[in-house]
Design a protein around this ligand. Structure first.
Ligand SMILES: [Fe+2]
Length: 168
């Protein structure tokens, strides 16, 4: 059956996002294991906790719509996670892999930000104001996670950045 209303399209976005977040819950522990830098490991572990909350929030969104939560395989996230896996296989562990993992993780964050931005716009158009707020909260957290990864890469914190270390 074809998607033929904005309601259905919105629901489809939520189903795709639920799959994306569920896949990320599986992938982040592997990325944390592969990272060498303690701050990067911590960033992945912290984002894992957040990502579990994102799953719960999406489940809430389905309930709010009077639907059972459903996930439809997000092929975009599958591809991004596969690229992260390939990075783990192909990059020398240490600073080089860390820099590569940040790149993979930032692709994931940008993808999610795009998806949540779309879902929020649909929620707004449909007048689901509670869902606009709920999706915005997750969108903000994805944005913060992305910014934190940039800081780790570029070293705007008290130590030199992972990119600089990877250069050495
Ligand atoms: Fe998320």
């Amino acid at each position: 059956m074809k998607i033929n209303s904005l309601d259905q399209l919105f629901e489809h976005e939520l189903e795709d996002l639920l799959s994306a977040e569920q896949q990320l819950v599986e992938a982040l522990p592997k990325m944390a294991d592969a990272a060498s830098s303690d701050s990067l490991k911590t960033a992945f572990k912290d984002h894992l906790k957040q990502t579990r909350t994102h799953v719960t929030r999406l489940e809430k969104a389905f309930k709010e719509l009077g639907k059972e939560p459903k996930a439809v395989t997000c092929k975009g996230m599958q591809g991004l996670i596969k690229e992260g896996d390939d990075m783990i296989k192909n990059a020398a562990s240490g600073d080089i892999l860390d820099a590569g993992l940040i790149g993979a993780a930032q692709r994931v964050e940008h993808y999610e930000m795009a998806a949540y931005g779309t879902a929020r716009a649909f929620a707004r158009a449909l007048g689901h104001s509670k869902l606009v707020d709920l999706l915005q909260t997750t969108l903000d957290e994805e944005g913060e996670a992305n910014k934190h990864l940039t800081q780790l890469a570029e070293g705007r914190m008290s130590f030199s950045g992972i990119n600089e270390k990877a250069l050495a």
